[in-house]
Design a protein around this ligand. Sequence first.
Ligand code: TPP
Ligand code: MG
Length: 324
Amino acid sequence: MNRLTSVERLERMVLIRQTELLLSEMATTGLFATPIHLGIGQEAIAVGISANLKKTDAIYGNHRSHAHFLAAGGKVESLFSEILGRSTGCSGGHGGSMHIADPEVGFMGSMPIVAGTIPIAVGAGYGKKLNSVDQISVIYFGDGATEEGVFHESLNLASQLGIPTLFVCENNAFSSHLHISERQTNSNLIRFAIANGISNFQVDGNNLQQVEKESAALIQDIRTKRTPGFIEAFTYRLYGHVGYQKDEEVGLNRREDLKIWESRDPIDREFQRLIKSEDITDDEYKLMITRIQASVRASWDKACAQSSPDKSELLRNVFFEVSQ
Ligand SMILES: Cc1ncc(C[n+]2csc(CCOP(=O)(O)OP(=O)(O)O)c2C)c(N)n1
Ligand SMILES: [Mg+2]
């Protein structure tokens, strides 16, 4: 179990935020070619869930997975190296921002195909069940993924076969630039879990305490009862769908929404809670931010100094190699 203290969990959220802020700063430099989907504002979900996971659990992400990866314990430098296309990247520099993985920390993979990792996570969960191991499979996906057929097939199969999978729906109300009210007649996404007889609950995804505390019991049930569970976490991405801007400039009326959601910033909220409980002081928090900013920048510089994979490596991992 990833037993971080409250302050360390705040620190993990700050690390994720600073990592993504640095990426947004570097996005216009031409130093990397991969598109980046920032999850700024959504950090509490992955940190809260990871607090209840074991290193042996299998975590799967999507196209917006920097937070999922770092919350699981993935290293900033290996993420940066991957984004920069360096051979020291977590996927050998072959994948970029949307193909990150580090089995050492239980983060088994992510991909840009919306909902593409959901059946893979269910399959991994089934494997764990068949082998009777005390491990579960976790899949993070967005509200947009619930509009893919494979999402529904996966829920059905997980329910029917009793597969220990935690479905975490990060409902940020947008699929690219389309608001959920323009895509679905009902924006309540746990209805799909209910339809499949899967235990579920909704949570304020910008409240670390709530995510962590409420997911603990569900995760324990998934482990012991070997059945699936579903969490719908309401949140909002403070940056645009892709890239470094806020998406106010693409014709979307986000200004008012942004004001509301910026006031619900999950990091500020957790900091305010810890200051009240006297677990941290203002000065300690400022120092924490400065220290993390410096370490993130040092990781960036180290990643930049690494070399790219050799051309002879281009087809590695593209074709499955069958040994004769
Ligand atoms: C199968 C498929 N359809 C469409 C896309 C284009 N696309 C990339 S991300 C995205 C939005 C997904 O929204 P959501 O699942 O809510 O995740 P969020 O971006 O909000 O985190 C879309 C439509 C894709 N990558 N794959
Ligand atoms: Mg979304």
